[in-house]
Design a protein around this ligand. Structure first.
Ligand SMILES: *[C@@H]1O[C@H](CO)[C@@H](O)[C@H](O)[C@H]1NC(C)=O
Ligand SMILES: *[C@@H]1O[C@H](CO)[C@@H](O)[C@H](O)[C@H]1NC(C)=O
Length: 338
Protein backbone atom coordinates (compact mmCIF):
# COMPACT_ATOMS: atom_id res chain seq x y z
CA UNK A 1 0.00 0.00 0.00
CA UNK A 2 1.25 3.45 -0.77
CA UNK A 3 0.64 7.13 -0.55
CA UNK A 4 -1.88 7.16 -3.39
CA UNK A 5 -4.09 4.75 -1.51
CA UNK A 6 -4.02 6.97 1.52
CA UNK A 7 -5.05 9.98 -0.52
CA UNK A 8 -7.96 8.01 -1.93
CA UNK A 9 -9.07 7.10 1.61
CA UNK A 10 -8.96 10.73 2.64
CA UNK A 11 -10.77 11.82 -0.50
CA UNK A 12 -13.55 9.30 -0.09
CA UNK A 13 -14.02 10.30 3.56
CA UNK A 14 -14.23 13.93 2.51
CA UNK A 15 -16.78 13.30 -0.19
CA UNK A 16 -18.76 11.22 2.28
CA UNK A 17 -18.74 14.04 4.84
CA UNK A 18 -19.62 16.49 2.11
CA UNK A 19 -22.68 14.59 0.99
CA UNK A 20 -23.66 13.95 4.61
CA UNK A 21 -23.64 17.57 5.71
CA UNK A 22 -24.79 19.32 2.58
CA UNK A 23 -27.26 16.90 1.25
CA UNK A 24 -30.42 18.36 2.72
CA UNK A 25 -29.66 21.89 1.58
CA UNK A 26 -28.38 20.94 -1.89
CA UNK A 27 -29.97 22.98 -4.64
CA UNK A 28 -32.05 25.05 -2.28
CA UNK A 29 -31.34 28.75 -2.68
CA UNK A 30 -34.60 29.98 -1.24
CA UNK A 31 -36.51 29.51 1.99
CA UNK A 32 -39.24 26.93 1.90
CA UNK A 33 -42.68 28.45 1.77
CA UNK A 34 -44.87 25.41 2.21
CA UNK A 35 -42.88 22.45 3.39
CA UNK A 36 -41.38 22.33 6.86
CA UNK A 37 -37.60 22.22 6.75
CA UNK A 38 -36.73 19.54 9.31
CA UNK A 39 -34.79 20.96 12.28
CA UNK A 40 -32.07 18.34 12.00
CA UNK A 41 -30.63 16.29 9.20
CA UNK A 42 -33.47 13.80 8.80
CA UNK A 43 -32.58 10.14 8.91
CA UNK A 44 -34.72 7.24 10.03
CA UNK A 45 -33.45 3.76 10.87
CA UNK A 46 -35.47 0.55 10.68
CA UNK A 47 -34.96 -3.17 10.22
CA UNK A 48 -35.89 -5.39 7.32
CA UNK A 49 -39.55 -6.43 7.51
CA UNK A 50 -40.63 -3.40 9.55
CA UNK A 51 -43.01 -0.59 8.52
CA UNK A 52 -41.76 2.97 8.61
CA UNK A 53 -42.87 6.56 8.13
CA UNK A 54 -40.78 9.03 6.15
CA UNK A 55 -41.91 12.40 7.57
CA UNK A 56 -42.90 15.33 5.33
CA UNK A 57 -45.26 18.02 6.56
CA UNK A 58 -46.58 21.31 5.16
CA UNK A 59 -46.71 24.48 7.25
CA UNK A 60 -49.36 25.94 4.99
CA UNK A 61 -51.41 24.42 2.24
CA UNK A 62 -51.39 25.83 -1.32
CA UNK A 63 -54.78 25.89 -3.07
CA UNK A 64 -53.65 23.33 -5.65
CA UNK A 65 -50.76 20.94 -5.38
CA UNK A 66 -49.49 17.50 -6.10
CA UNK A 67 -47.05 15.56 -3.96
CA UNK A 68 -44.44 13.32 -5.53
CA UNK A 69 -42.29 10.85 -3.58
CA UNK A 70 -39.14 9.52 -5.27
CA UNK A 71 -36.15 7.44 -4.26
CA UNK A 72 -32.86 9.05 -5.24
CA UNK A 73 -30.28 6.81 -6.85
CA UNK A 74 -26.73 8.17 -6.50
CA UNK A 75 -25.46 5.38 -8.78
CA UNK A 76 -27.69 6.43 -11.67
CA UNK A 77 -27.68 10.21 -11.80
CA UNK A 78 -30.69 11.70 -13.53
CA UNK A 79 -32.88 8.63 -13.11
CA UNK A 80 -36.10 9.36 -11.24
CA UNK A 81 -37.52 6.46 -9.28
CA UNK A 82 -41.06 7.62 -8.67
CA UNK A 83 -42.83 5.84 -5.82
CA UNK A 84 -46.10 7.70 -5.56
CA UNK A 85 -47.85 10.81 -6.93
CA UNK A 86 -50.95 12.23 -5.28
CA UNK A 87 -53.15 15.23 -6.11
CA UNK A 88 -54.57 15.20 -2.61
CA UNK A 89 -57.47 12.94 -3.56
CA UNK A 90 -56.18 10.10 -5.70
CA UNK A 91 -52.80 8.36 -5.42
CA UNK A 92 -50.86 6.64 -8.20
CA UNK A 93 -48.22 4.08 -7.32
CA UNK A 94 -45.10 3.38 -9.40
CA UNK A 95 -42.12 1.03 -9.59
CA UNK A 96 -41.00 -1.62 -7.15
CA UNK A 97 -41.73 0.52 -4.08
CA UNK A 98 -45.18 1.76 -5.16
CA UNK A 99 -47.13 -1.33 -4.04
CA UNK A 100 -45.55 -1.10 -0.57
CA UNK A 101 -46.14 2.65 -0.14
CA UNK A 102 -48.99 4.95 0.84
CA UNK A 103 -49.50 8.47 2.23
CA UNK A 104 -50.03 8.60 5.97
CA UNK A 105 -52.51 11.54 5.97
CA UNK A 106 -52.47 11.86 9.77
CA UNK A 107 -53.86 15.41 9.37
CA UNK A 108 -54.61 17.96 6.65
CA UNK A 109 -50.95 19.03 6.26
CA UNK A 110 -49.40 15.56 6.36
CA UNK A 111 -47.61 14.31 3.22
CA UNK A 112 -45.56 11.65 5.04
CA UNK A 113 -44.93 8.36 3.28
CA UNK A 114 -45.59 4.97 4.85
CA UNK A 115 -43.40 2.12 3.64
CA UNK A 116 -44.44 -1.43 4.49
CA UNK A 117 -42.33 -4.56 4.79
CA UNK A 118 -38.91 -2.93 4.38
CA UNK A 119 -36.34 -4.71 2.21
CA UNK A 120 -32.57 -4.40 2.26
CA UNK A 121 -32.64 -2.49 -1.04
CA UNK A 122 -34.90 0.22 0.44
CA UNK A 123 -31.86 1.75 2.17
CA UNK A 124 -31.15 5.18 0.68
CA UNK A 125 -32.34 8.72 0.13
CA UNK A 126 -35.91 9.74 -0.50
CA UNK A 127 -37.40 13.03 -1.74
CA UNK A 128 -40.77 14.53 -0.87
CA UNK A 129 -41.67 17.05 -3.57
CA UNK A 130 -44.52 19.53 -3.47
CA UNK A 131 -45.54 20.51 -7.00
CA UNK A 132 -47.47 23.73 -7.00
CA UNK A 133 -47.10 24.92 -10.57
CA UNK A 134 -44.79 27.83 -9.69
CA UNK A 135 -42.94 27.15 -6.47
CA UNK A 136 -41.93 23.51 -6.42
CA UNK A 137 -40.26 22.55 -3.17
CA UNK A 138 -38.70 19.42 -1.76
CA UNK A 139 -37.14 17.90 1.35
CA UNK A 140 -34.88 14.84 1.42
CA UNK A 141 -34.93 12.09 4.01
CA UNK A 142 -32.49 9.23 4.51
CA UNK A 143 -33.73 5.75 5.32
CA UNK A 144 -31.07 3.52 6.85
CA UNK A 145 -31.69 -0.19 7.23
CA UNK A 146 -30.30 -1.37 10.55
CA UNK A 147 -28.20 -4.45 9.98
CA UNK A 148 -24.82 -6.12 9.92
CA UNK A 149 -21.97 -6.13 7.38
CA UNK A 150 -20.09 -9.37 6.78
CA UNK A 151 -17.08 -10.10 4.59
CA UNK A 152 -17.60 -12.95 2.13
CA UNK A 153 -15.05 -15.02 0.27
CA UNK A 154 -15.61 -17.61 -2.45
CA UNK A 155 -15.20 -21.30 -1.60
CA UNK A 156 -12.48 -21.20 -4.29
CA UNK A 157 -10.40 -18.87 -2.10
CA UNK A 158 -9.39 -15.25 -1.68
CA UNK A 159 -10.07 -12.66 -4.40
CA UNK A 160 -12.09 -14.83 -6.77
CA UNK A 161 -15.17 -12.64 -7.24
CA UNK A 162 -15.77 -9.97 -9.87
CA UNK A 163 -18.48 -7.39 -9.16
CA UNK A 164 -21.33 -9.50 -10.52
CA UNK A 165 -20.14 -12.64 -8.71
CA UNK A 166 -19.90 -10.64 -5.48
CA UNK A 167 -23.42 -9.28 -5.88
CA UNK A 168 -24.75 -12.78 -6.53
CA UNK A 169 -22.78 -14.27 -3.62
CA UNK A 170 -24.30 -11.76 -1.18
CA UNK A 171 -27.80 -12.45 -2.50
CA UNK A 172 -27.28 -16.20 -2.05
CA UNK A 173 -26.32 -15.55 1.58
CA UNK A 174 -29.52 -13.55 2.22
CA UNK A 175 -27.83 -10.16 1.80
CA UNK A 176 -26.96 -7.38 -0.61
CA UNK A 177 -23.61 -5.81 -1.43
CA UNK A 178 -23.01 -3.26 1.35
CA UNK A 179 -23.02 0.48 0.72
CA UNK A 180 -20.08 2.65 1.73
CA UNK A 181 -22.17 4.09 4.57
CA UNK A 182 -22.98 0.60 5.85
CA UNK A 183 -19.30 -0.40 5.77
CA UNK A 184 -18.37 2.87 7.46
CA UNK A 185 -20.86 2.26 10.26
CA UNK A 186 -19.62 -1.34 10.68
CA UNK A 187 -16.06 -0.01 10.92
CA UNK A 188 -17.05 2.43 13.70
CA UNK A 189 -18.55 -0.60 15.48
CA UNK A 190 -15.31 -2.57 15.22
CA UNK A 191 -15.12 -4.32 11.84
CA UNK A 192 -11.45 -4.96 11.03
CA UNK A 193 -10.81 -7.00 7.90
CA UNK A 194 -7.59 -7.37 5.96
CA UNK A 195 -9.07 -8.42 2.60
CA UNK A 196 -10.48 -5.96 0.10
CA UNK A 197 -14.08 -6.42 -0.97
CA UNK A 198 -16.62 -4.99 -3.41
CA UNK A 199 -19.24 -2.49 -2.34
CA UNK A 200 -22.51 -1.92 -4.19
CA UNK A 201 -21.21 1.17 -6.03
CA UNK A 202 -18.44 -0.86 -7.69
CA UNK A 203 -15.67 0.45 -5.44
CA UNK A 204 -13.34 -1.80 -3.43
CA UNK A 205 -12.43 -1.14 0.21
CA UNK A 206 -11.31 -2.74 3.45
CA UNK A 207 -11.86 -1.56 7.04
CA UNK A 208 -8.96 -1.47 9.51
CA UNK A 209 -9.15 -0.70 13.23
CA UNK A 210 -5.71 -2.06 14.19
CA UNK A 211 -3.06 -0.97 11.64
CA UNK A 212 -0.46 -3.72 11.13
CA UNK A 213 2.41 -4.43 8.73
CA UNK A 214 0.61 -7.31 6.98
CA UNK A 215 -2.31 -5.00 6.30
CA UNK A 216 -1.24 -1.86 4.50
CA UNK A 217 1.61 -1.12 6.89
CA UNK A 218 1.52 1.87 9.16
CA UNK A 219 -1.38 3.71 7.51
CA UNK A 220 -3.85 5.15 9.96
CA UNK A 221 -6.92 3.24 11.06
CA UNK A 222 -9.78 3.77 8.65
CA UNK A 223 -11.51 2.49 5.58
CA UNK A 224 -8.80 1.86 3.01
CA UNK A 225 -9.89 2.38 -0.57
CA UNK A 226 -8.88 0.91 -3.93
CA UNK A 227 -11.47 3.19 -5.53
CA UNK A 228 -13.69 2.03 -8.40
CA UNK A 229 -12.50 -1.17 -10.09
CA UNK A 230 -13.29 -2.88 -13.38
CA UNK A 231 -16.50 -4.82 -12.71
CA UNK A 232 -15.76 -7.90 -14.80
CA UNK A 233 -11.95 -8.05 -15.02
CA UNK A 234 -10.98 -7.40 -11.41
CA UNK A 235 -11.47 -9.93 -8.61
CA UNK A 236 -11.81 -9.34 -4.87
CA UNK A 237 -13.95 -10.54 -1.94
CA UNK A 238 -17.33 -9.02 -1.06
CA UNK A 239 -18.78 -6.98 1.78
CA UNK A 240 -22.37 -8.11 2.21
CA UNK A 241 -25.11 -6.51 4.27
CA UNK A 242 -28.10 -8.14 5.93
CA UNK A 243 -30.71 -7.30 8.55
CA UNK A 244 -33.31 -9.10 10.64
CA UNK A 245 -34.91 -12.29 9.33
CA UNK A 246 -38.37 -13.74 9.79
CA UNK A 247 -37.06 -17.01 11.18
CA UNK A 248 -34.02 -17.79 13.30
CA UNK A 249 -30.96 -20.01 13.34
CA UNK A 250 -30.46 -22.95 15.71
CA UNK A 251 -27.62 -25.39 16.22
CA UNK A 252 -27.97 -29.15 15.77
CA UNK A 253 -25.07 -30.94 17.49
CA UNK A 254 -23.41 -33.94 15.92
CA UNK A 255 -20.42 -35.25 14.02
CA UNK A 256 -21.90 -34.82 10.57
CA UNK A 257 -20.54 -34.61 7.07
CA UNK A 258 -22.11 -31.98 4.81
CA UNK A 259 -24.90 -34.16 3.41
CA UNK A 260 -25.75 -35.45 6.88
CA UNK A 261 -26.00 -31.83 8.04
CA UNK A 262 -28.44 -31.11 5.20
CA UNK A 263 -30.59 -34.04 6.36
CA UNK A 264 -30.36 -33.06 10.04
CA UNK A 265 -31.94 -29.67 9.23
CA UNK A 266 -34.55 -31.20 6.94
CA UNK A 267 -35.62 -33.52 9.76
CA UNK A 268 -36.26 -30.39 11.86
CA UNK A 269 -38.41 -28.85 9.12
CA UNK A 270 -35.60 -26.39 8.42
CA UNK A 271 -32.82 -25.72 5.91
CA UNK A 272 -29.09 -25.29 6.41
CA UNK A 273 -28.62 -21.64 7.35
CA UNK A 274 -27.19 -19.08 4.95
CA UNK A 275 -24.21 -17.04 6.13
CA UNK A 276 -26.31 -13.86 6.35
CA UNK A 277 -28.89 -15.62 8.50
CA UNK A 278 -26.20 -16.70 10.98
CA UNK A 279 -24.83 -13.14 11.14
CA UNK A 280 -28.35 -11.83 11.66
CA UNK A 281 -28.99 -14.23 14.57
CA UNK A 282 -25.63 -13.29 16.06
CA UNK A 283 -26.29 -9.55 15.73
CA UNK A 284 -29.97 -9.32 16.65
CA UNK A 285 -30.60 -12.45 18.78
CA UNK A 286 -27.15 -12.51 20.46
CA UNK A 287 -26.55 -16.09 19.31
CA UNK A 288 -23.59 -17.65 21.10
CA UNK A 289 -22.48 -21.19 20.30
CA UNK A 290 -18.95 -22.51 20.69
CA UNK A 291 -19.35 -25.25 18.07
CA UNK A 292 -18.44 -25.24 14.41
CA UNK A 293 -21.40 -26.10 12.20
CA UNK A 294 -22.06 -26.49 8.49
CA UNK A 295 -23.84 -23.76 6.56
CA UNK A 296 -25.64 -23.95 3.21
CA UNK A 297 -22.64 -22.68 1.20
CA UNK A 298 -20.43 -25.50 2.57
CA UNK A 299 -18.56 -23.27 5.00
CA UNK A 300 -18.22 -24.04 8.73
CA UNK A 301 -18.71 -21.19 11.20
CA UNK A 302 -19.79 -20.39 14.76
CA UNK A 303 -21.23 -17.26 16.41
CA UNK A 304 -19.70 -15.84 19.61
CA UNK A 305 -21.30 -13.05 21.63
CA UNK A 306 -19.41 -13.57 24.91
CA UNK A 307 -15.73 -14.34 24.17
CA UNK A 308 -14.30 -16.82 26.70
CA UNK A 309 -11.18 -18.87 27.39
CA UNK A 310 -13.02 -22.18 27.16
CA UNK A 311 -13.97 -21.46 23.57
CA UNK A 312 -10.60 -21.76 21.91
CA UNK A 313 -9.39 -18.62 23.69
CA UNK A 314 -11.21 -16.52 21.13
CA UNK A 315 -10.88 -12.93 22.22
CA UNK A 316 -13.39 -11.22 19.98
CA UNK A 317 -17.12 -11.42 19.58
CA UNK A 318 -18.18 -12.21 16.03
CA UNK A 319 -18.99 -14.99 13.63
CA UNK A 320 -15.82 -17.05 13.27
CA UNK A 321 -15.01 -19.25 10.29
CA UNK A 322 -13.24 -22.54 9.63
CA UNK A 323 -13.44 -21.83 5.91
CA UNK A 324 -14.75 -24.49 3.53
CA UNK A 325 -13.66 -27.94 4.79
CA UNK A 326 -13.95 -31.07 2.61
CA UNK A 327 -17.62 -32.07 2.62
CA UNK A 328 -16.81 -35.62 3.76
CA UNK A 329 -15.20 -34.39 7.00
CA UNK A 330 -17.14 -35.55 10.10
CA UNK A 331 -16.33 -33.10 12.90
CA UNK A 332 -19.03 -30.47 12.87
CA UNK A 333 -22.71 -30.05 13.67
CA UNK A 334 -25.19 -28.01 11.63
CA UNK A 335 -26.64 -24.51 11.77
CA UNK A 336 -30.25 -24.70 10.60
CA UNK A 337 -32.73 -21.92 9.74
CA UNK A 338 -36.46 -22.07 10.30
C1 LIG B 1 -46.94 -3.49 8.91
O1 LIG B 1 -48.22 -3.07 8.45
C2 LIG B 1 -49.05 -4.14 8.04
C3 LIG B 1 -50.29 -3.55 7.41
O2 LIG B 1 -50.85 -2.55 8.21
C4 LIG B 1 -49.37 -5.01 9.25
O3 LIG B 1 -50.19 -6.09 8.88
C5 LIG B 1 -48.05 -5.53 9.81
O4 LIG B 1 -48.29 -6.25 11.00
C6 LIG B 1 -47.09 -4.40 10.11
N1 LIG B 1 -45.80 -4.97 10.43
C7 LIG B 1 -45.06 -4.57 11.46
C8 LIG B 1 -43.76 -5.25 11.65
O5 LIG B 1 -45.43 -3.69 12.24
C1 LIG C 1 -21.83 -38.53 4.32
O1 LIG C 1 -22.02 -39.78 4.93
C2 LIG C 1 -23.02 -40.60 4.30
C3 LIG C 1 -23.18 -41.86 5.14
O2 LIG C 1 -23.80 -41.53 6.37
C4 LIG C 1 -22.62 -40.92 2.87
O3 LIG C 1 -23.63 -41.68 2.23
C5 LIG C 1 -22.40 -39.60 2.13
O4 LIG C 1 -21.93 -39.85 0.81
C6 LIG C 1 -21.41 -38.71 2.87
N1 LIG C 1 -21.37 -37.44 2.21
C7 LIG C 1 -20.23 -36.81 1.91
C8 LIG C 1 -20.35 -35.46 1.24
O5 LIG C 1 -19.15 -37.27 2.16
Amino acid sequence: MNCATFIMVAASLLSWADSFYHHSSKGKEKELQYLVEPPVYPAVMARRGENITLPCVMQTKPSHYRVKWTKLDPLRQGVQNIILISNGHADKHYGVLGPRASLRRAHALDLSLLLFGLELEDDGQYRCELINGIDDENVDITLGIEGVVFPYQSSRGRYKLNYNDAKEACEKQDGTLATYMQLYKAWTEGLDWCNAGWLNDGTVHYPIIHPRPACGGELLAGIRSYGPQHRTKEHFDAFCFTSTTEGSVFYVPGVLNFSEALHACKKEGATLARVGQLYSSWKFLKMDQCDGGWLQDGSVRFPITNPRKRCGGISEAGVHSFGFPKQSVRIYGAYCYR
